[in-house]
Unconditional design. Structure first.
Length: 116
């Protein structure tokens, strides 16, 4: 409930920009997916600019229009790709071959960066 109320508090003034840093990290998977859907619906309705920082590849793929992957120190963007899956998105699409391929590609890229 705390995360939901924090999200409501952030949205009540209808901001043009939302900065979200791991907003769903402490939640169980079912609640997290429910809030993904709510955030997507709010985005589609109000169209704010959203900058979401997450380590959850499925969360990034479900919510994003673009996914940027950053390197460790020195911080720099090493990949910036559009998410080609049309919106609105449904939770069950995270199991589709297209979505799994996208998240596996991100995972491989991150693994390469971490081992360099």
């Amino acid at each position: 409930m705390l995360q939901r109320s924090n999200l409501c508090r952030a949205l009540i003034h209808e901001p043009d920009l939302l900065l979200l840093d791991e907003p769903f990290g402490a939640l169980d998977q079912f609640t997290r997916e429910e809030l993904w859907q709510i955030l997507q619906d709010l985005y589609l309705d109000r169209k704010p600019t959203v900058l979401l920082v997450t380590h959850d590849l499925r969360e990034a793929g479900f919510l994003a229009h673009r996914i940027c992957v950053m390197s460790a120190r020195p911080d720099r963007i090493i990949s910036d790709k559009a998410v080609e899956i049309p919106q609105p998105r449904q939770i069950d699409m995270i199991y589709s071959p297209e979505f799994v391929e996208m998240t596996q590609g991100l995972r491989q890229l991150i693994a390469q960066v971490r081992s360099a």
